[in-house]
Unconditional design. Sequence first.
Length: 173
Amino acid sequence: MNFYEKHCEKYLRQYEKTESFFRADERRIKALKLFSKLSTYAVYAAYVFLLVYLAANKDMRIVRAVIVPAAAFLLVTAVRSGLNFPRPYEKYPIKSLVSKSTKGKSCPSRHTACAVIIALACMYISLPFGIVMMIIALLIAASRPVMGVHFPLDVVFGAVLSLAVGIIGFWVI
């Protein structure tokens, strides 16, 4: 059994406990779904706000604020299509806490990768704003395995890819 398989097996044991906690009270699942939607909308709204702000101020940093996240998005999309790992609900007889019918493309998590690269774009422009967005990105990352739509390694890999692209794109070159 390889590292990823061991990781998946360990996740399965933990997910059973997590799932029973949330299914014990329907309000918990509703809160999780609400958080998932609102946090995702908040990240994308923050990104639109950032781009509008930069455009309105004719700030040339907008070029990196567009190109670097686009590069991260394309990289993550290519890697996940190439790997095409199954999602937890495909690999095991579990039911995710949110309705999801996507097949494969579990690793890396694109939700996590996008949230992290957008947080880094915000950080590139404003450190306090970026820190707030990174906290939201980390909460999004944590929520994906809890909901049963990604393995923890999927979200870690998504975050690491975006961190690498973001650090190189915003601060190294």
